[in-house]
Ligand binder design. Structure first.
Ligand code: 5GP
Ligand code: MN
Length: 319
């Protein structure tokens, strides 16, 4: 970690009433980095409130859920706000209003598209996950407990797809080796978050695979809100579809377009070599080179057309 991190550590030390928030529709890394950091700050005597939208039951085993605030956000007056795994301020959702009225703000992240929106920005695009960045920060001022280690290990496994994605570095493995030195049930964690599927997830998977199309090295699936809900699934059951359809011979890019609960359209992209973050940023979204997404105001069919055209241009350039 670099010298300005002294400033960061001072800011954390000086905070007493701290809000920690992850991005909307929190994934494994957002939940793990938020709760891992919260457990640590609580242990060193801070008053900690976690702001996280509801997330998949898969991650309920991560300790610290009692710190998640369910009350009125207007009542919160923290002296320090820490955003984790959140590439831009609008991705904080309802917590954005709390961020806006807090003087001291920290943004801890690993998205290359991060807009550095806080007073202190700790953004490491080479880190596998925000959980990895949190580990680097807290090892300077806190002991790590079994609970913290399990949380951070979950975030790392989640964002690296089990140490598989190209965001995995020698440092990622070093950190994981420290973490599994604690009582971390690593086999159960890997099974739970990478492989096991609920009936609802399986039903929506079957539906998605029935709608799969593959052309010009691009695999794609579109799902409407009706299709998602009639399969008995919820929006927390959609994780894993886009990565799965990337694992097909001769496919270089995968796109999953679905209608969100609010009627807007979400585009989620994965690739083997094509830079999809550039395309996401072009449409107001963001992410990483090989995993990115964006929201669209048009229908799922229109968004699919736009994105597939963009992808075809770059996939064929790279061919
Ligand atoms: P996913 O496809 O799993 O939703 O997201 C893949 C990656 O892209 C994640 O790192 C996620 O944070 C980022 N991402 C997805 N959608 C958006 C978006 O609308 N805006 C931004 N800034 N990042 C996004
Ligand atoms: Mn992440």
């Amino acid at each position: 970690m670099e010298s300005y991190d002294i400033e960061l550590q001072e800011a954390i030390k000086n905070g007493n009433n701290i809000c920690i928030a992850g991005h909307i529709n929190p994934d494994g890394d957002a939940v793990s980095s938020a709760l891992g950091l919260a457990l640590c700050l609580k242990m060193i005597g801070k008053d900690v409130t976690v702001l996280l939208e509801d997330y998949s039951h898969k991650f309920y085993y991560i300790k610290g859920r009692e710190m998640i605030y369910k009350g009125d956000y207007d009542k919160l007056e923290p002296d320090l706000f820490i955003a984790v795994d959140c590439g831009s301020k609008d991705r904080l959702g309802d917590a954005q209003s709390v961020f806006d009225r807090t003087e001291n703000t920290i943004n801890i992240d690993h998205h290359i598209s991060n807009t550095e929106y806080a007073k202190y920005n700790v953004v490491y695009p080479n880190a596998s996950s925000t959980s990895e960045v949190v580990f680097e920060i807290i090892r300077n001022f806190s002991v790590i407990t079994d609970e913290i280690a399990s949380a951070l290990y979950t975030g790392i496994v989640s964002d690296t797809g089990g140490f598989k994605h190209n965001c995995t570095s020698p440092r990622t493995h070093e950190i994981a080796s420290v973490l599994i030195g604690f009582e971390v049930p690593y086999s159960e964690i890997q099974n739970k978050i990478l492989y096991s599927k609920s009936r609802e997830e399986l039903n929506i998977f079957i539906k998605a695979l029935n709608k799969l199309k593959i052309e010009n090295g691009i695999s794609r699936v579109i799902l409407t809100k009706k299709e998602i809900l009639e399969s008995g699934a919820t929006y927390k059951d959609l994780d894993g579809i886009v990565s799965f359809i990337l694992n097909i011979d001769d496919v270089d890019a995968a796109v999953f377009v679905y209608e969100k609960e609010n009627g807007k359209t979400k585009v989620s992209m994965r690739s083997i070599s094509t830079d999809v973050s550039g395309i996401a940023i072009k449409f107001g979204g963001g992410g990483h080179k090989l995993a990115a997404g964006a929201d669209f105001d048009c229908t799922v069919e229109e968004a699919e057309k736009i994105i597939v055209k963009e992808l075809e241009d770059v996939v064929s350039e790279g061919a």
